[in-house]
Ligand binder design. Structure first.
Ligand SMILES: [Zn+2]
Length: 579
């Protein structure tokens, strides 16, 4: 981001002189146009009677004048459009700028970011974000807690009191005691009095004692986002959060009555997350008409979920084997994204879901160990993810618009699959407990892709990555744990290599291709013609691969994979030595 912006500023300086000239020319043109128009008006006042001939002549000339001036205008607009640098950073919507600013913790980063654009500076000046973390004060030491309390008190006294409103208030504690609780009450009260919009309370106690949330927070009408961790609630509390859009409750005790009070008292909630909460037996939601996203992660004791909302787009349920939960999503006919990690999910329940939700675009199934046979017939489905559903025997997928398939497991269950729309396939094959990966299964699966040309294959195992430019020549797949990716678009493959080098440091990167391959040229240039002293990443503490590379050796094996499979192919291997 910083690099791009520097270019933008540089670009601006270069073009400033040109734009000035253009402005002067445009102004001159406007002046002459204006004077000629007024002259015309004087010569040809509209009240003067006209003959039909002169009328039509005038009409014609006015039409042609209009057409010419329109053409000129368009031309000028084009010139201006081409010449003006586009400041995309300033054009970002305010909520996104708010979000980015809220992620910055270091004043140096804030200074850099706000120097980029006046709009960002203005937003930052009116954006007040308080974040206090007790862990940073090493509270295990005797006076750590005391120091933390003094720090928060002083900060609030000097910074918070002069303000009218604040955007976000986040506080994290690793202990609760009477003194700290009293201070917390005071701090939270100050934040609420300053009309805070986003409030985050994180209590992660060693003894797992929960923090009793003060009732005044539950009636703070300016709150748009409330994130709680390690809290408990007063059963009788009145909940009235009329502007709340995001509610996230983690590792807290919430009983069914309290959660139903939340649902009644937060009518505008769009995003609801309940993570590792205890106490909720049943969850009924039918009145939150703005709710688009529900996430339920391992809420112990949850046995029934009833959601009846046409607004719901995304539903995530993460369950455990030790308890069964019945899920009814009646009337959620617009659901697009469904994620289930439910070891108790049966074939029948899954098939029932498939027939009810025809608009699903992404299905993720994780560790659904009860599933054995799955059939998906869908026109809308674009992405299918199946991770470690260990008993799955057969999957029949007929989804012509499916573009991404991700699968992880011991065997390949896709007995029939429509691959017409696929662009990307990720397979992670694990070693079977008794025996090895069945390569026959894999070769049968790959044969489907051979017919449908243009596929490249990336195989990674133990930090060794091999890219096959043609699928026909894969013979040696020797590994217990194999990651295999099929990629169709050349652009995605280039992106893959760039990401691979940036994110991980492979021992070797091999390319099985023809000697004239464009992709080989790209990889060679990227690796072998790299800068010795890279100037990139100046502003980042985490630097890209170029900074850690000590040496690379390139070895070429003629005739395919180091033993020779095809005369036209060669294997180019880059061996990396990292710092
Ligand atoms: Zn770099």
């Amino acid at each position: 981001m910083f690099m791009k912006t520097r270019w933008l500023i540089f670009d601006r300086q270069l073009k400033r002189s040109n734009s000035k000239k253009l402005l002067i020319i445009n102004r001159k043109k406007q002046k002459t146009d204006h004077s000629s128009k007024t002259q015309n008006k004087k010569d040809n006042p509209s009240n003067r009677p006209l003959t039909t001939h002169s009328k039509s002549k005038r009409k014609l000339s006015s039409i042609s004048r209009k057409a010419i001036s329109k053409r000129k205008k368009r031309k000028m607009e084009k010139v201006v459009k081409v010449d003006e640098p586009i400041d995309r950073i300033s054009e970002l919507p305010e909520p996104i700028i708010h979000h980015i600013l809220s992620l910055l913790n270091c004043p140096r980063d804030v200074a850099r970011v706000t120097a980029l654009s006046k709009k960002w500076k203005t937003i930052w000046d009116s954006f007040f974000f308080f974040q206090f973390d007790e862990k940073r004060f090493n509270s295990s030491k005797k006076d750590g807690g005391e120091k933390f309390m003094n720090f928060v008190d002083t900060s609030l006294l000097t910074k918070l009191i002069p303000m009218d409103t604040i955007h976000k208030f986040k506080i994290s504690l690793s202990q609760t005691n009477t003194k700290l609780n009293l201070s917390m009450y005071r701090w939270l009260n100050s934040a609420i009095n300053k009309n805070v919009k986003e409030l985050e309370i994180h209590i992660e106690e060693k003894k797992k004692r929960l923090y009793k949330l003060p009732n005044f927070i539950l009636t703070a009408n300016t709150l748009t986002s409330l994130r709680l961790y390690g809290c408990t609630f007063d059963n009788e509390a009145n909940i009235d959060l009329q502007n709340l859009k995001q509610l996230s409750i983690k590792k807290s005790y919430v009983n069914t009555d309290v959660i139903q009070s939340f649902i009644r008292g937060c009518p505008l909630v769009e995003d609801l997350r309940l993570v590792h909460c205890t106490g909720i037996g049943c969850l009924h939601i039918s009145t939150l008409v703005k709710l688009t996203k529900v996430e339920l992660h391992e809420c112990h004791g949850l046995v029934l979920v009833n959601i009846e909302l046409s607004s719901l787009l995304s539903f995530i349920y993460i369950g455990k084997k030790s308890w069964e939960c019945k899920i009814n999503l009646v009337g959620c006919e617009n659901l697009k994204y469904l994620t289930l990690k439910d070891p108790n999910l049966t074939d029948e329940v899954f098939q029932d879901l498939m027939t009810k939700f025809c608009n699903l675009e992404k299905i993720t199934l994780r560790e659904c160990d009860n599933l054995e046979r799955v059939t998906i017939l869908s026109i809308k489905l674009k992405e299918l993810v199946m991770i470690r559903c260990k008993n799955i025997e057969e999957a029949n997928i007929d989804a012509p618009n499916l573009s991404v398939l991700e699968y992880s497991g011991e065997k390949i269950p896709f007995s029939s699959i429509n691959i017409g729309g696929l662009h990307e396939v990720k397979l992670h094959l694990h070693k079977r407990k008794k025996g090895f990966i069945l390569f026959k299964e894999l070769l049968i699966f790959l044969s489907k892709f051979k017919k449908n040309g243009g596929w490249k294959m990336v195989i990674s195992s133990n930090k060794n990555v091999t890219i096959h430019e043609k699928l026909g020549n894969v013979q040696h797949l020797k590994s217990d744990d194999l990651k295999l990716e099929l990629i169709k678009t050349p652009f995605k493959l280039k992106e893959y290599v760039s990401n691979l080098l940036r994110m991980s440091r492979p021992k070797t990167l091999s390319l099985v291709s023809s000697s004239s391959s464009e992709f080989l040229k790209f990889v060679k240039e990227k690796i072998m013609s790299r800068e010795k002293n890279p100037k990139c990443c100046t502003y980042y503490s985490k630097k890209c691969w170029l900074h850690y590379i000590k040496d690379v050796k390139m070895v070429v094996f003629e005739g395919g994979e180091s033993g020779g499979t095809s005369q036209n192919l060669q294997q180019t291997t880059f061996r990396f030595i990292w710092q």
